[in-house]
Design a binder for this molecule. Structure first.
Ligand code: 5RP
Length: 230
C-alpha cells in the first residue's frame, strides 16, 4: 500500500467518525496524530457551515492544527465533561484495549479520555493486533529527574525501554517530561502490567488505554469500515 492509500484510509475513517458522532451543541475532544488530524479538518468544515461546537485539544500540536482549521479550542478546565472524543491509536486488541502515545500525547489524551462520555477510536486495519505489545512499543511518560532509575524499574517489568529521541535530541512532552518506549514481546496481562508500571516512582503515565474506548472504527483497504463496540 502506498502512503497515499494509507492517508485515504485515515481520512475515510476520520470523516465517518465525525459524521456519525459529532452533533450540534456538543463538547468535542480533539485527538492527536495523523488520523485524528483528518477528523479535526472535518470538524472545521462543520463549524464553517454553522455547527456550534465547543472543542478541547489533547496536545499543543492538535491545538495549533485546530486553529489552522478554524476550530476554536477551550481549556479542559473550562468544561465539566466532554461528550465525544475522536482519537487515534497505535494498537487495538479484540477487547478494544489500546496502546497509544507514539505521537507523544498520551498524558493529555488520557486526561481528556477520562473526562469523555463516548471515546471514539479511529484507525486503519494495520493497528489491529491479537495481543497488545506485539507491534508497537508501550510508551511510558516519566519525569526527567532520575529517569534512568525509572527506566531500570521499567526494565524489571520484562521490557527493553528506549529513551525517545527526535533527531538526536531527547523528546519532551507537552508537560516537559521524557518518554521511554518499552518494547515487550507481548503484553499478556495489560491490567496487571499497568498496575505495576503506575507504582514506579517517576512514572507519570503509561500508554495502556484500558476500558477507555467506547467504539473503535477501523478502515480496510477495500474501503469498508468496521465498527467494534463494547
Ligand atoms: C498520539 C497517539 C496517536 O493517536 C497515535 O500515535 C496514532 O497516531 P496516527 O493516527 O498518526 O497513527 O496516541 O499520542
Amino acid at each position: 500500500m502506498t502512503s497515499n492509500d494509507v492517508s485515504n484510509l485515515k481520512k475515510l475513517v476520520a470523516e465517518k467518525a465525525v459524521n456519525d458522532y459529532v452533533k450540534d451543541g456538543m463538547i468535542v475532544g480533539l485527538g492527536t496524530g495523523s488520523t485524528a488530524a483528518f477528523a479535526i479538518k472535518k470538524i472545521g468544515e462543520l463549524i464553517a457551515n454553522g455547527m456550534k461546537l465547543t472543542c478541547v485539544a489533547t496536545s499543543i500540536q492538535t491545538e495549533d492544527l485546530a486553529t489552522e482549521y478554524g476550530v476554536n479550542v477551550v481549556p479542559l478546565c473550562d468544561v465539566d465533561h466532554v461528550d465525544v472524543t475522536i482519537d487515534g491509536a497505535d494498537e487495538v486488541d479484540p477487547q478494544l484495549q489500546l496502546i497509544k502515545g507514539l505521537g507523544g500525547a498520551l498524558l493529555r489524551e488520557k486526561i481528556v479520555a477520562a473526562a469523555t462520555v463516548t471515546e471514539i477510536i479511529i484507525a486503519d486495519e494495520s493497528k489491529i493486533v491479537e495481543k497488545l505489545g506485539t507491534k508497537a512499543p508501550l510508551p511510558v511518560e516519566v519525569v526527567p529527574y532520575g529517569h534512568n532509575r525509572t527506566a531500570f524499574a521499567l526494565k524489571k517489568q520484562g521490557c527493553e525501554p528506549t529513551l525517545r529521541k527526535i533527531n538526536g535530541e531527547v523528546f519532551r512532552t507537552d508537560s516537559g517530561n521524557f518518554i521511554y518506549d518499552c518494547r515487550f514481546q507481548s503484553i499478556d496481562s495489560p491490567f496487571f502490567l499497568e498496575s505495576r508500571i503506575n507504582v514506579i516512582p517517576g512514572v507519570v503515565e503509561n500508554g495502556l488505554f484500558l476500558n477507555t474506548a467506547s467504539v473503535v472504527l477501523i478502515s480496510h483497504p477495500n474501503g469498508t469500515i468496521t465498527k467494534m463496540e463494547k
